[in-house]
Design a protein around this ligand. Structure first.
Ligand code: GLU
Length: 503
């Protein structure tokens, strides 16, 4: 039975890289008929940010990434928040001490700082590891009675992992194959502190074991920690889960990790939902608030680092569940592509039912104080949808269906409203008043008989009509628009244009 977890730390809003990690876990779990768990890793209380946990839950819910167990759902392996599991970790820390896999270190922050300086002076970097621990203040270098005395006196300490000297440690990664690192390169990480709190490394391994996690799918930034994790499983005598470290999400230019600053610089959100920072009050934009559809965000993110083995791009979440495979996750980083994000958004917007687009449009029409019939709004929505990417564009794109223009695009006036245009527009009014108000009849009378019959410039006349009705030279087929607006309204607009446009 496959069991995977998404294990964020509530230190702020969830970055879209984190969302992608959650998504891949979800796709894998669903495909394998397994379980998806949300565990909150909040052992580092200094980095705790109020509201972050709620944000994570809301963001993943918006995107349709569902959990089977978790901090918000409960489940048979709970509690799912590490601060609620605090009591549980001490016994495992003690087990490591007992078995010789960990040791007490009493070095004061000042002493560690002094060591660092000493090494820096020799152009070296200090690391607390198997080559340096013999010169430090720890239970490996002091008599047992001294250790006992310090513990009894309540002296602050940390527990560090004791890597065996000069040993190759291999991580079997489902994406990267075998990754081997020598223990001399690895520092004796802190596992537990005298305040009774475990660090990420200890809590993460204990919980993955107790929650019977079978696959750890997480960002590449955790690969350097993986040898320690492999060794911890060994130290506990537990079977390690399978690891898959996902490629980084890169800046659009490809150099370096995608950051919030890139989003600000290039105008796209790096967070799923808008985030109000509780400390600074700073607001960061979100995909949801910018009008992105969750389906579009999911599809776009799924393809940042994975492909279905062919060049298929449009995939619903159900398609993704069916097609997902860890083998097709790439090793190299995936460049964020804003054009692609917009492209997906446009495609998914086209898939919305006309009624739903009409709901959005109706709200904006009302906001502008205009009453319009529902049928008319649905018709406009259906006709104009193809021009829309974001809901916020609806009003600007469709406003002339609901109100006459008050201004006329000066560049278009200059180009199209040539001397004598008033006469042609007066003719349009005359035709509207005399010809049956039907598409084909108007087409024949205006375009064939009047414009072509008199050798006039079709572009100039029709664009002047468009200017009169729309205010600019964009929009759908002109006669379709005339039919939608109705005879009286079009005549009124053309009369106004004749009176107001001066070239
Ligand atoms: N708490 C870690 C994070 O914030 C989890 C890493 C892991 O999945 O092991 O990303």
């Amino acid at each position: 039975m496959v069991r995977v977890r998404f294990a964020p730390s509530p230190t702020g809003p969830l970055h879209i890289g984190g969302v992608r990690t959650a998504l891949y876990n979800y796709l894998f779990a669903r495909q394998q008929g397994g379980k998806m768990i949300l565990r909150i890793e909040d052992t580092d209380q200094t980095r705790f940010v109020p509201g972050a946990e709620q944000y994570i839950i809301e963001a993943l819910d918006w995107l349709g990434i569902q959990f089977d167990e978790g901090v918000h759902l409960g489940g048979p392996y709970g509690p799912y928040r590490q601060s609620d599991r605090k009591e549980l970790y001490r016994q495992y820390a003690e087990q490591l001490i007992r078995d010789g896999w960990a040791y007490y270190a009493f070095d004061r922050p000042e002493a560690l700082e002094a060591k660092r300086k000493e090494y820096e002076a020799q152009k070296k970097t200090f690391q607390y590891d198997c080559t340096t621990r013999a010169n430090m203040e720890n239970s490996l270098t002091m008599p047992a009675e001294e250790v006992q005395r310090r513990l009894a006196d309540g002296e602050p300490y940390v527990l560090r992992f004791k890597f065996p000297d000069n040993t190759d440690i291999t991580v079997h990664d489902l994406i990267r194959g075998q990754v081997t690192m020598n223990s001399r390169l690895l520092d004796d990480k802190v596992l537990f502190k005298s305040d009774g709190m475990p660090t990420y490394h200890l809590a993460n391994i204990v919980d993955d074991h107790l929650m019977e996690i079978t696959h750890v799918i997480r960002g590449e930034e955790w690969l350097p920690s993986a040898p320690l994790h492999v060794m911890l499983y060994k130290a506990f005598g537990w079977q390690a889960p399978q690891f898959a470290h996902l490629p980084l999400l890169l800046k659009p230019e490809g150099n370096g990790k995608l950051s919030k600053r890139d989003g600000d610089r290039l105008g796209f959100p790096v967070f799923p939902l808008e985030w109000h920072d509780p400390k600074s009050g700073e607001v960061s934009s979100g995909y949801r608030e910018q009008g992105y559809l969750p389906q579009a965000v999911v599809n776009m993110l799924a393809l940042l680092g994975w492909n279905p083995g062919n060049d298929q791009e449009m995939m619903s979440i159900d398609d993704l569940i069916r097609l997902f495979s860890i083998e097709h996750i790439s090793k190299s980083g995936a460049k964020f592509n804003l054009d692609k994000a917009r492209w997906f958004q446009h495609e998914y917007f086209q898939q919305l039912p006309d009624e739903q687009v009409a709901d959005m449009l109706e709200a904006q029409v009302k906001e502008h104080g205009i009453e319009a019939g529902r049928d008319y709004i649905v018709k406009v929505a259906a006709m104009m949808k193809e021009r829309i990417t974001f809901p916020s564009e609806l009003w600007d794109t469709c406003c002339y269906f609901f109100q006459a223009p008050t201004e006329y695009d000066p560049a278009a006036v200059k180009k199209r409203w040539q001397p004598g245009m008033e006469t042609h527009m007066a003719k349009v009014i005359e035709l509207l008043n005399t010809v049956p108000f039907e598409y084909d009849a108007l087409h024949q009378a205006l375009l064939e008989d009047y414009i072509k019959g008199n050798g006039l410039n079709t572009g100039a006349v029709m664009n002047s009509l468009r200017l009169s009705v729309v205010g600019k030279t964009v929009g759908p087929d002109m006669l379709t628009l005339v039919m939608m607006l109705g005879k009286e309204e079009v005549i009124r607009r053309v009369e106004r244009a004749i009176a107001n446009i001066k070239n």
